[in-house]
Design a protein around this ligand. Structure first.
Ligand code: GCU
Length: 363
């Protein structure tokens, strides 16, 4: 199955400069992803967007400030929860983490016990001088197994009728990450030009799409995002388009490509390329065959040519046969590690992320 070329336009022109990339090809690729994969957002920042924030110092006696932010629009709202060290000096970089329902459910959001549902190393993140906002997905768009059929969450606020290219769950969640960034722009504790989207699995797909659609984001972290995240679809092992389309994560048009990957005009290396020249991080797990770590690394390798247009390196990885597990590949602008183990986000993942961003932010 031939892999679509990132630097050849739909009309067959070769793209050789960053100006051509930005003016033509990147826009073309984004339109293809919107119309055939993630769906088109009906709105960007709502004109009536408003925030209410409260904060608690020394949360749980940990020397951490916890902020609860309600983000309101169109008579609706969702919440995000921010964390930073009590003694942080202002203007710090931060992560914008999407917490999906496989990591937290609706009742846990109400009593905040969702914070124990997934490994987010809040203490270490704050100790290293970063902040983090954690946004549960339920109010934005309930996940597919609650069968809401796009009738709950933010869809009914802006969708008058569903079309084959209408937005779907991953797009709605990534829209939420952008609204969190709108809040961060108003809070002097954080530096809005150094915000990193982050998520695990379906959250990793969301983090990548959020950074591709909103260029205000400094970077994205994909933790085990797999199919329709970082992994190249063509030739992929494990999950395929037909498997993932049992969910309602992608637009209706994407279903045409079930068992028909070769007809899709894009592949996931182009999603990473759409984030270039900004830094990006793709993390995998050695036993995560459903996501396919090798296919995730292949996208990283193929996205390099867009970084090169900017005089940047992209990912610096050894040949596939020489990849070592539990090893940081941080030399390039696209960081990578494959941890030994299964699909998940664990303490060591955060250490790799913090090390990589310490290096990138010092540039
Ligand atoms: C399923 C799905 C994956 C997804 C994962 C998750 O395994 O097939 O595509 O990444 O759930 O989000 O946990």
């Amino acid at each position: 199955m031939p892999i679509p070329e990132i630097l050849t336009s739909v009309s067959g022109e070769k793209i050789t400069t960053k100006e051509q990339w930005e003016t033509y090809r990147r826009k073309e690729i984004m339109a293809l992803f919107e119309n055939f994969v993630y769906g088109v957002r009906p709105i960007e920042r709502p004109t009536d967007l408003a925030f209410e924030a409260t904060q608690e110092k020394n949360w749980l006696g940990l020397g951490i400030t916890r902020k609860t932010v309600t983000i309101r629009f169109a008579g609706y709202s969702f919440k995000t929860y921010g964390f930073l060290a009590d003694d942080a000096k202002g203007n710090i970089p931060c992560f914008d983490y999407i917490m999906h329902e496989a990591q937290s459910n609706k009742s846990q959001i109400e009593d905040d016990s969702f914070l124990n549902c997934v490994y987010i190393d809040i203490l270490e993140i704050c100790r290293r001088g970063y902040g983090i906002f954690i946004t549960p997905t339920y109010p934005l768009a309930p996940d597919w197994d609650s069968h809401c059929n796009y009738r709950e969450g933010i869809y009914p606020l802006y969708d008058t009728e569903r079309k084959p290219n209408s937005w779907a769950t991953i797009s709605a969640w990534s829209w939420g990450l952008s609204r969190v960034l709108d809040y961060i722009e108003t809070d002097a504790d954080f530096d809005a030009s150094r915000v990193i989207t982050c998520g695990h699995s379906r959250g990793g797909k969301t983090a990548l799409w959020a950074a591709a659609t909103d260029t205000r984001f400094y970077s994205a972290i994909s933790n085990c995002s797999g199919c329709t995240g970082a992994a190249l679809l063509r030739g992929k092992l494990g999950e395929h388009i037909k498997d993932i389309n049992i969910t309602d994560w992608f637009c209706e048009n994407y279903h045409s490509f079930n068992d028909n990957e070769e007809m899709l005009p894009v592949d996931q290396h182009m999603l990473l390329a759409a984030i270039a020249p900004r830094p990006c991080y793709v993390a995998s797990a050695s036993e995560d065959e459903w996501a396919d770590p090798k296919a995730e690394r292949l996208s990283c390798r193929l996205a390099k040519e867009v970084y090169a247009l900017y005089g940047k390196t992209g990912a610096i990885l050894p040949d596939e046969s020489e990849i070592k597990f539990d090893t940081a590949y941080h030399a390039g602008d696209v960081g990578h590690h494959t941890k030994t183990g299964v699909h998940g986000i664990i303490h060591s993942d955060w250490n790799y992320y913090l090390d990589f961003f310490d290096k990138e932010l010092a540039k």
